[in-house]
Write a protein that binds this ligand. Structure first.
Ligand SMILES: C[S@@+](CC[C@H](N)C(=O)[O-])C[C@H]1O[C@@H](n2cnc3c(N)ncnc32)[C@H](O)[C@@H]1O
Length: 241
């Protein structure tokens, strides 16, 4: 993608390459650049819906499996996690991050969430943290239908994504931070600053989870929007009737 082009590129192959390149620095840059908020929002995403011992959890766009420890504490040894990510290096890190460290079995699958075969009604819970922004509106609609199909009746979902806050006072400094400061942090941690700049571009184009909320509702799920810390992150929670 040309660097002057403000429109994000949603081809899964492009997104895959982006995260292949960021895999070694993503964890530390994400932690520092969000002032620890990312960790807190993941935890809130998990706690926003009922998750019970024995549940089968599907974690979409798992990255390094950051959300899995919190979820696995709730589902215990009888539960299971299937985690999906398109980046091979992110998957490797997710296996390392969770291997032997969580009470339940974890299966990490390297695949595109838009095309991988999910057995129908095979999940009690679908979770996803910070994966929506690199999907286009059409892709989010496709994903919403897939989430509907993979959830068992009564199954629950919770998604969270960094968002452009509605307050003008917050929006200016927050977007300055995303556009300018995060690429510098990316460079400091030996990453490619352009990749981290792109994350800000995706976030700006994404806006917030309102479009995703509509897509989940259209797919037949009973959903509600959620806002975290004055809208700096937003989410969608709900269930399959
Ligand atoms: C910003 S990271 C979020 C990682 C993690 N869930 C977290 O909480 O930090 C987004 C992840 O989504 C993955 N991803 C993006 N598009 C995908 C797709 N179509 N299918 C599967 N994974 C995808 C990327 O490889 C990347 O690891």
């Amino acid at each position: 993608m040309p660097t002057s082009n403000p429109v994000p590129y949603y081809d899964p192959a492009f997104v895959r390459q982006l995260f292949e390149e960021m895999a070694t620095t993503y964890g530390v840059v994400n932690l520092i650049s969000s002032f620890g908020f990312a960790r807190r929002w993941r935890r809130q995403c998990v706690r926003a819906i009922p998750i019970r011992p024995g549940d089968r959890v599907l974690d979409l766009m798992t990255g390094m499996g950051e959300i899995i420890p919190d979820a696995s504490r709730l589902i215990g040894a009888e539960g299971s996690v299937t985690a999906v990510d398109i980046s091979a290096r992110m998957c490797q890190r997710a296996r390392k991050h969770t291997g032997g460290r969580v009470p339940c079995p974890v299966r990490v699958i390297e695949a595109d969430v838009l095309s991988v075969d999910f057995p129908p009604e095979s999940a009690d819970v679908v979770l996803s943290s910070f994966g929506l922004k690199t999907l286009s509106s059409d892709q989010i609609r496709t994903l919403a239908r897939r989430v509907h199909d993979v959830l068992a009746p009564g199954g629950r979902l919770s998604f969270v994504e960094i968002s452009v806050p509605p307050s003008h006072r917050l929006r200016g400094p927050y977007m300055f931070y995303l556009r300018r400061a995060i690429p510098v942090l990316g460079a400091l941690f030996l990453g490619n600053p352009e990749n981290y700049r792109l994350l800000g571009v995706y976030t700006e184009a994404f806006g917030d989870c309102s479009d995703a909320y509509r897509s989940f509702a259209e797919a037949g799920l009973v959903v509600e929007p959620v806002s975290y810390f004055f809208g700096c992150a937003t989410g969608v929670i709900g269930r399959k009737p």
